[in-house]
Design a protein around this ligand. Structure first.
Ligand SMILES: Cc1ncc(COP(=O)(O)O)c(C=O)c1O
Length: 376
């Protein structure tokens, strides 16, 4: 089995702990347990007292009823029973692809996006065709290309909506066209939906609501600000597929753990407050980011659609030096970004702008300085 290195995760593994100013992360400023508990009327006293007594058995294997019922509220057409908890969205994508894909299967994947969505099927022996995103199309893929790529034996189409590293969004109307193409060859659609557009005017729909063979994967890591609780899920209308996933879970996961499940359920119970906070951060920080881009002639950007990741273009940097630039930026200024070559797009970088305001402002200022100082 041949597995290539996961570009952006490997970059973070190696470099993130040496950063003093981290503007690389995709989570919306992570919450502490204290902050999560403060969403409760009693400041989480009852929750914590229950947790102190709770036996750390395996707990609920597929996710507790409280967790499943909160997740089910995020969908119109997915019954509670068709929701399975996983180890983050990474676990949900892993499970879905493992459950569906084998040697020789044909897969189409939005590219570049989250590397797991194309390199994991390849590792399992699939023939993977890329459905390209392009900057000139606001980082969206084109339906015509999908029509050319699809084959009678296409088994799975992998999407990331909203997308990283660009923050682009496929509208429900666009997705309906993708669904029609998938339906014409009876293909499944997996959509990694960890990034929710936080602008309430942006039309958005999970794939599991749009398509009977759609699988939505998600977690509390990004939009919900709690990546340290390793809980995600798969959601699908397809009962048989869900049962297949159940079988695999017994071999790969069993459960997500008593404490993690309980905190995940609590975060989702208070999703209105969590999202209100997230909207405020995205809105405020996006205006700081835009102001920086507008006043910085050495960069340009197709702005993210109220999504917590953004992808900046370095106008005068030699694209072959993207990674070296990012390493030197970290060494000289302590600022962490993710160089675009880690997403197969040299000459760009991912900026995770939903950190605290001071860090963002300082990081952008130092990035501007270093764009002028960097010498090959
Ligand atoms: C598109 C996408 N999916 C999944 C993940 C990982 O999510 P989780 O922490 O829930 O495993 C990331 C993290 O960067 C991501 O960008």
């Amino acid at each position: 089995m041949e597995l290539v290195q996961f570009g952006c995760e490997d970059w973070l593994n190696v470099w993130e702990k040496s950063a003093t100013i981290d503007i690389a992360q995709s989570t919306i400023d992570s919450l502490s347990l204290e902050e999560v508990l403060a969403f409760e009327e009693d400041n989480g006293e009852a929750f914590m007292s229950q947790m102190m007594k709770e036996k750390f058995s395996y707990g609920w294997i597929e996710g507790s009823p409280a967790f499943k019922s909160e997740v089910a509220k995020l969908y119109k057409r997915v019954p509670e029973d068709n929701i399975l908890s996983t180890n983050g969205a990474t676990g949900a994508n892993f499970l879905t692809i493992l459950g569906l894909i084998g040697q020789g299967d044909h897969v189409i994947a939005q590219y570049p996006s989250y590397q797991q969505l194309y390199d994991w099927p390849k590792t399992l022996g699939a023939q993977v065709d890329y459905w390209h995103i392009k900057e000139e199309n606001n980082w969206l893929p084109q339906i015509e290309e999908l029509r050319r790529l699809v084959k009678s034996n296409t088994k799975l189409i992998c999407l990331n909506n909203a997308a990283q590293p660009t923050g682009a969004i496929m509208s429900p109307k666009f997705l309906s066209e993708v669904v029609e193409i998938a339906r014409s060859v009876d293909a499944y659609i997996l959509c990694d939906e960890v990034y929710l557009p936080l602008d309430e005017e942006t039309p958005y729909s999970p794939i599991a609501d749009l398509y009977e063979k759609g699988i939505s994967t998600n977690s509390i890591s990004k939009t919900y600000s709690v990546p340290g609780i390793r809980v995600g899920w798969v959601a699908t209308q397809d009962r048989d597929l869900c049962n297949e996933f159940r079988k695999i879970r017994d071999y790969t996961l069993i459960c997500t753990g008593v404490f993690d499940d309980a905190v995940a359920a609590l975060v989702l119970k208070h999703k209105d407050k969590v999202l209100e906070r997230a909207r405020k951060i995205v809105k405020g920080n996006l205006s700081i980011l835009k102001e920086w881009v507008e006043n910085e002639p050495l960069v340009s950007m197709v702005y993210p659609n109220a999504v917590s990741v953004s992808f900046v273009k370095f106008e005068e940097l030699d694209p072959t030096k993207t990674e070296d630039f990012a390493i030197q930026l970290l060494r000289e200024k302590g600022v962490l970004i993710i160089p675009g070559n880690r997403f197969d797009l040299s000459g760009y970088a991912r900026i995770g702008y939903c950190t605290d305001e001071t860090t963002l402002r300082q990081g952008l200022k130092l990035l501007s300085e270093f764009l002028r100082e960097y010498q090959v």
